[in-house]
Design a protein. Structure first.
Length: 229
């Protein structure tokens, strides 16, 4: 029996909509009834995960509880940074007997597995917010891989792009700048990349990246389909 997917969304709205499109596209279906039922809380008013983490954690836990009450059996949150504030979500899932898909763990596993098949990649660049960087540094280190990160003006440029996407800026200049930042990581020794922020794939396609790119939103969508079907 197909399970009901609950999505903690709105961080940001465009990234959440793109994630849902991925879930739909990845679901093997012959008609409407073959697709996954989704209940979603699209809440753009979640406090900023970078500047108000404690407040964000409280709100995220409440969102998970509402999704559980609405019948969700599998919970997913297409926001990498917010996984640092996922304790409240995990508590709800444990109490209600629900599954929570860890986006960071799933993406780190996928990135390492993809590259182990080739030349044993040991350094993976991460395009993420500071909070997301910390999560992926730990996740990759536990798998024996070093994270390569942006710094200084390049990190500031990345954050400007992320907030630009939230304002609707996905134009050519923004796309060119994200591609440049991917190149900075590759030039710094990254043998592969992780799109560790759900805004990244709205500006950078995997086929355009200078090295193999693992898209965290794609990984999460694929995991949701597997868990619900």
């Amino acid at each position: 029996m197909t399970k009901i997917l609950g999505v903690i969304g709105g961080m940001g709205p465009a990234a959440t909509v793109a994630f849902l499109e991925r879930v739909q596209a990845l679901t093997p279906a012959q008609g409407d009834a073959d697709h996954i039922r989704v209940v979603m809380d699209m809440n753009p008013q979640v406090p900023d995960r970078n500047t108000w983490p404690g407040e964000a954690e409280v709100v995220l836990g409440r969102m998970a509880a509402r999704l559980a009450a609405a019948g969700a059996q599998v919970i997913a949150m297409p926001c990498n940074t917010a996984h640092a504030q996922a304790a409240g979500i995990r508590a709800v899932c444990e109490a209600e007997g629900l599954s929570f898909i860890d986006m960071i763990a799933a993406t780190a596993d996928a990135a390492v597995a993809a590259h182990d098949l080739n030349d044993g990649v040991q350094r993976i660049g991460v395009l993420a917010t500071p909070g997301g960087e910390r999560l992926y540094q730990a996740g990759l280190a536990s798998r024996g891989v070093e994270a390569v990160l942006l710094d200084g003006a390049d990190r500031e440029a990345f954050m400007a792009l992320v907030y630009g996407v939230k304002r609707g800026d996905v134009g050519e200049a923004a796309r060119a700048e994200m591609l440049r930042l991917a190149g900075v990581l590759a030039d710094a020794g990254a043998q592969a990349l992780i799109a560790g922020c759900t805004e990244v794939p709205l500006l950078l396609r995997a086929e355009d990246a200078p090295v193999r790119l693992t898209d965290s939103a794609e990984v999460l969508a694929r995991a949701c389909v597997g868990a619900c079907l």
